[in-house]
Design a binder for this molecule. Sequence first.
Ligand code: GAL
Length: 697
Amino acid sequence: MAVQNRTLLPSQWMETHRGVWRINAGEEQAFTPLGFLGIPPKTDAIAGMDEAAFPFAERSPVLDRAGASGTVIRFPLERDERVYGFGLHFRRLNHRNQVMQLQVDHYGGRDDGRTHASFPFYVTSRGYGVLLNTAKVVTVDVGTSVRRDDPKPPPVRDRNMDRAWDSQPPANSIEFNVPASGVEVIVFGGNQPLDAVRRYNLYCGGGFLPPRWGLGFWHRVPTLYSDEQVEAEVNEFRERGFPLDVVGLEPGWHSKSYPCTFEWDEGRFPNPSAFVKRMDELGVRVNLWENPYVSPESGLYETMEPLSGSHTVWGGLVPDFTMPEAREALSDHRRQEHVVIGVSGYKLDEVDGYDKWLWPHHATFPSGRSGEEMRQTYGIQLQKLTSDLYRTVNRRTYGLVRGSYIGASSLPYALYSDAYDHKTFITALCNCGFSGLLWSPEVRSGADADDWMRRMQTVCFSPMAMLNAWASKTKPWDFPHIADAVRDAMLLRMRFLPYLYSAFARYREDGTPPFRAMPLEGVEGESVADGTLDDTANPYASRAVIERADQYLMGDSVLVAPLFRGETTREVAFPDGAWFDFYTGKHVSHGGVQQVSAPLERIPLFVRDGGIIPLMPEMEHIPKADRNVPLEVRAYGTKDGVFRLYDDDGETFDFERGDCSWTTLRTVGGNGEIEAADRYWFYDPSRFEWKRMTDDA
Ligand code: GAL
């Protein structure tokens, strides 16, 4: 039955977990992203979080309409409330004053909501989050639409005479339009935005823990490379002393691609098993590029035919992976052809597609799912398939995916894009942290040595440090006079492994994203300049917003402030408290905005007062579990601090049964103390050495 104007009173929401409330607004939907994924929430971890009040106690959300013509639901916003999230976006953090169509699509450079991972989940500066668990393309008006029945509408002003006239009068609510007869809504409470993000991640099963090698350096070789060419390239990394943990094969390992056969090309890879083994002996894992469209020449074609949609992509079948039979067919094939011979994971390409080369919304699929639902969720369908597959052999995987959606927090993938822009790649990295996603600002090539160096530095301080040379054929050492500095940046990434791996373990344990945008650290960093009227550039005298979208936190203590081509200085907005230069230990800031500088060879990195950074020695790849790795434990500033160092076998899921350990590294009155764990796989605690990083260091 159609619903009109129903207030969703606090008493009508069900508290499913501590600080998490849900309601079905309108009719319950048969297919939802979270229902499809079926990943249980981390109930204990949510129960361990601070209490949070229902955020809409004073002004309730309203279900304006639910029925055959769709569902319109609105949530209150305070005047100064900032709104973050909605998945992956490239141009801004606060989406207030935006209208977006949240559609999974290749990013086309427009800030309109269509990106590789776009979905109705937001968190606000007031500390709570809201999720619409739907696979439909939702339109959202983020504080832009004013209703006639609004009890407190913005004042009507006269543009002729009133200088305070605003082209965008602040609206009191955020409105969603969902093309379905109802939607499940989940609200995540919190006292600050990070609480809501953590609750969302825990509700989606917690963050994922990559295998330890996944945090080393990745290199994707050019298309059509043969096994010998790959091996020669890997050897060159070793000879030149450039770290390398994963080599990625791009199109060319399949006998046919676009659409794909999923079968090795016998000419280029005559003996895949021996090839993967040789790579393993060099300490290098193999990752396979793939798109999911099945070539008529693939052995899988016949099986997939009845399990695929009405349309083709590049003449290949589009399997319906919401169906267990389709998942099993691809999983079995991958298990036999790839996983058992040691392939470490996949790059799941083209699951977003450019709109024009995927299937239309009216396409049909054998499960009954609509073309639209399939478009939105194809990325998580494939992530789930591969992640479940690796689980069956008790090996962790880490890979890349070009499309993602609601509920991806615990899926072991980083997003990437063809849109190759250094600055917006950093904003993308920042935005992902609001929505349970991770981003790789991959490097492909550089306009010059300066650009190359700066991009390399950024990627070395990201969730996945990767050079994607599929088309450019670039090698890290291609700009000879800065090759040593590039190698140093890559080796510094390796040194950070203990710190990063522990940050990921925390992501899994308590949902804290390992990479965080500044608003999650209390820096809203936004000032609004006066809008100056200009007949072409600014005809409505819109006001400009300054955000801190080009800097971020890595783990709890390191502030990363990348520099860009041609720059050696920049502004940095520091969270409150004292901050120190990572390299020298010199005091840099007491919080607030400050100019910093760094030579070309260095990316500006700052450490919080009391920050403890465990660094391992420089290594060319992550050794297997039986090494006794020493650590240099750096303590910054004057405040006492604590760091929890995580360890496990680095490869399997045994940690889920308790096969893991946490070591407490702490400073007390300036002295370092170690509370050793019972068991180690990677480290040797008798070889942990403290280093004080102070002004006189
Ligand atoms: C693109 C992808 C690139 C590369 C290329 C190979 O779709 O974004 O990273 O894999 O395909 O054809």
